[in-house]
Write a protein that binds this ligand. Structure first.
Ligand code: ATP
Length: 447
């Protein structure tokens, strides 16, 4: 499949079937802001839930929090975002389009009269690079003045750092321990794009693991391993995943070591998650800027120290796009093209569709009862319109792993047909056993 076409197909399927819509579409849309529709919200939520379960519920040494988006403005001075979270930008005076100064399409220095604008092609129309802060600003309270500026957080991590002692004391954790959070972050990206890959409002799934200095490198390696395995268990094709190590020029100001987990998207290899050794940079800075001691006291050894932090930071939207791109396939079946989103059942937005073969002879009543039975535990869908083959295709296209057909034999034998999405194989299962059958399959898929 031509690579760009795959993205076009995904965007169009996402809209047609209710995964993702453009924000404020009736007004012509808002640049790179997207809304999740009925199926998209389920998919993303399942991914977030899976992350939360693996990070918080399945471990004794990680606690969850949900910090506010707005924080004290000094937080962003301490973190380095006010002075450092900037990208150099170039404007074209002719066509008014803005580029990153490191845009590979820029051939030559932007201020040079011979350099052409990548958009309109005019020469000598580009400005010198100017620094541009990526944080969204707003005002708190009734007066729009400098003193009232607050920022929409550009990462969720800082809400964790400033709370780490609160969490540690309240939950009686001992180092090493971690704090996990899922929440919105905002960045006024200069070149957003590729659908929900890079947006200005997005969700992060971040975990900060606090360790004793000197043990950080060991923990960093452990977390790299755990996070890569999480993506593999999610069902992503392992050959489409790889590590990218940040070289000295690439490392963020706070980091001692950083690795990105990259996925091979139709538009190339791109980061989906970062694992960073942030040292004691953030906590030391918050201690300095707030004037409050942020040391940990180790009662066993009577030592006091500022912990080092190993961070794992993934984008929920980016992982959602990854899961969709990875799952999309087209197959020839009996001379027709079948579109399938081959999701891991654990994250599929709809777990099962109940399909009465006809709308008469008492089949709808039986199907309806089964549908409600399934719906008590999982998202399910009821569809009684059109030929059964077409109904299967509609479910394949949104990644429903199981279609359950209620037919005339159900009335006599109390069994239904369960058709599996990928192999299109069918088994007959006693109607009373259907929920247990689904539960078993989901258990196999890691829920
Ligand atoms: P990039 O280089 O792609 O801008 P980054 O290195 O700035 O990413 P981090 O600050 O490490 O990213 O953020 C951690 C994760 O948050 C990323 O791996 C990505 O999944 C997600 N993320 C960051 N920026 C965006 C964005 N604008 N839209 C969607 N997700 C994002």
């Amino acid at each position: 499949m031509a690579e760009q076409t795959l993205m076009d197909k995904l965007v169009s399927l996402a809209k047609r079937r209710g995964f993702v819509f453009q924000s404020s579409e009736v007004y012509g849309g808002l640049g790179s802001v997207w809304d999740y529709g009925p199926l998209g919200v389920e998919l993303k939520r399942n991914i977030k839930d899976r992350w939360w379960r693996s990070m918080v519920h399945a471990r004794d040494d990680i606690e969850g929090i949900d910090a506010a988006i707005l924080m004290h403005p000094r937080v962003w001075e301490a973190s380095g975002h006010v002075s450092g979270f900037t990208d150099p930008l170039v404007d074209c005076r002719q066509c008014k389009v803005r580029f990153r100064a490191d845009d590979p399409r820029l051939k030559g220095p932007p201020g040079d009269p011979a350099t052409a604008c990548p958009n309109c092609g005019n020469r000598g129309t580009l400005t010198e690079p100017r620094m541009f802060n990526l944080m969204f600003k707003t005002f708190m309270g009734p007066v729009e003045e400098q003193a009232a500026i607050v920022y929409l957080r550009p990462e969720t991590a800082q809400g964790i750092y400033v709370n780490y002692l609160n969490v540690q004391t309240a939950s009686r954790q001992k180092i090493p321990f971690g704090i996990a959070q899922i929440g919105k972050a905002f960045r006024n990206e200069i070149t957003p794009g590729n659908f929900i890959f890079r947006t200005r409002e997005f969700e992060q799934m971040e975990m900060q693991f606090f360790v004793k200095p000197g043990t950080d490198e060991e923990w960093f390696e452990q977390w790299r391993e755990i996070r890569m395995q999480w993506h593999v268990d999610l069902g992503l094709q392992p050959e489409r995943l790889r590590w990218h190590a940040h070289g000295p020029g690439e490392l963020a100001h706070y980091a001692k070591a950083a690795y990105d987990i990259e996925y091979e998207f139709p538009f190339g290899w791109q980061e989906i998650e970062g694992v960073h050794n942030r040292t004691d940079f953030d906590l030391s800075r918050h201690q300095e800027y707030s004037g409050k001691k942020l040391e940990y006291f180790d009662a066993a050894t009577s030592e006091r120290y500022i912990p080092y932090v190993v961070e794992t930071s993934a984008g929920a939207d980016r992982v959602t796009l990854t899961v969709m791109a990875d799952a999309y396939r087209e197959e020839e079946v009996e001379g027709e093209t079948r579109v399938v989103l081959g999701f891991n059942p654990a994250v599929a937005p709809i777990k099962a569709a109940v399909l009465p073969l006809t709308r008469k002879d008492g089949l709808p009543e039986v199907a309806d009862r089964l549908y409600h039975d399934i719906r008590r535990r999982w998202s399910a869908f009821y569809d009684d319109s059109g030929a059964i083959g077409r109904r299967y295709r509609r479910q394949d296209e949104v990644g429903t792993p199981w279609c359950i057909t209620v037919d005339h034999d159900t009335l006599t034998g109390e069994t239904v047909t369960i058709r599996e999405r990928d192999a299109m194989s069918q088994v007959r299962v006693a109607i009373s056993q259907v929920p247990a059958w689904i539960a078993d399959r989901l258990e196999e898929a890691g829920r």
